[in-house]
Write a protein that binds this ligand. Structure first.
Ligand SMILES: [Zn+2]
Length: 149
């Protein structure tokens, strides 16, 4: 097999360790509630930053609230291509001491140090595409779980 300079930058799939962790979280959040498509970070792909993406398929709750010392982007997009601005559901997210209800496709910028999480997928009419990324190689190592909502 020939090696290319940038072929490793095309990220496909999920490392086995992350698949196991995802399976465990599905046990608490509900079987089949979401489906991760891509995950990587600097541990699995040296030189790249953390990114993950996938689909929210059913109502579910991830009650973990955490913060970290770096910024994060969280993208949420509905799958109705006739109305791409619509989320096709309702997601509640905690940002600092505020709860926000999301019903439109959006990107959420989470500044470093702001607690966030407790993502409640309250209504899922059609699959909702999500992605999250940070400008750092690691997502989990710097995370500090603050509480459960
Ligand atoms: Zn975070």
């Amino acid at each position: 097999m020939s090696e290319t300079k940038y072929g490793k930058n095309i990220i496909i799939g999920i490392p086995d360790k992350i698949k196991e962790q995802t399976a465990m979280s599905q046990e608490t959040q509900g079987e089949g509630s979401s489906k991760m498509v891509v995950y990587t970070d600097g541990e699995y792909n040296p030189g790249v930053n953390f990114v993950t993406a996938g689909w929210v398929l059913k109502e579910s709750v991830n009650s973990m609230i955490h913060d970290h010392s770096h910024d994060e982007y969280l993208g949420l997009f509905g799958s109705d291509t006739d109305h791409p601005e619509e989320l096709c559901g309702e997601i509640e997210i905690t940002l600092g001491d505020e709860k926000h209800t999301i019903t439109k496709s959006c990107v959420i910028f989470i500044p470093a140090g702001v607690s966030h999480g407790a993502i409640k997928n309250k209504k899922v009419d059609k699959p909702i595409f999500y992605f999250a990324t940070t400008p750092t190689p690691s997502f989990s190592k710097e995370n500090e779980v603050l509480s459960q909502d």
